[in-house]
Design a protein around this ligand. Structure first.
Ligand SMILES: [Zn+2]
Length: 80
């Protein structure tokens, strides 16, 4: 029995470990990805996971190299 192809190239970015506005370089090609960039020119959002009223996880794909990136750490960011 063959397993379905699992994307093992998925990278996880913890936003709590990123300084500044949350922008980060793509782990594979280095393109700067900003979650605040809603133009979707550099990435597109594949999936959002929400817990309660808060964003818990965001899965996006880099438009340049097609790497899947999972963003975590939204929950622990203090509200200002
Ligand atoms: Zn990339």
């Amino acid at each position: 029995m063959k397993k379905q192809t699992v994307d093992k190239s998925m990278h996880t970015i913890d936003l709590t470990k990123i300084d500044g506005d949350g922008a980060f370089p793509c782990p594979k090609c280095g393109t700067m990805i900003s979650p605040d960039d809603e133009s979707e020119e550099t990435y597109h959002i594949v999936e959002t996971k929400v817990k309660g009223d808060e964003l818990a996880e965001l899965i996006l794909t880099c438009n340049k190299c097609k790497t899947s990136i999972k963003l975590t750490g939204f929950m622990s960011q203090p509200e200002t």
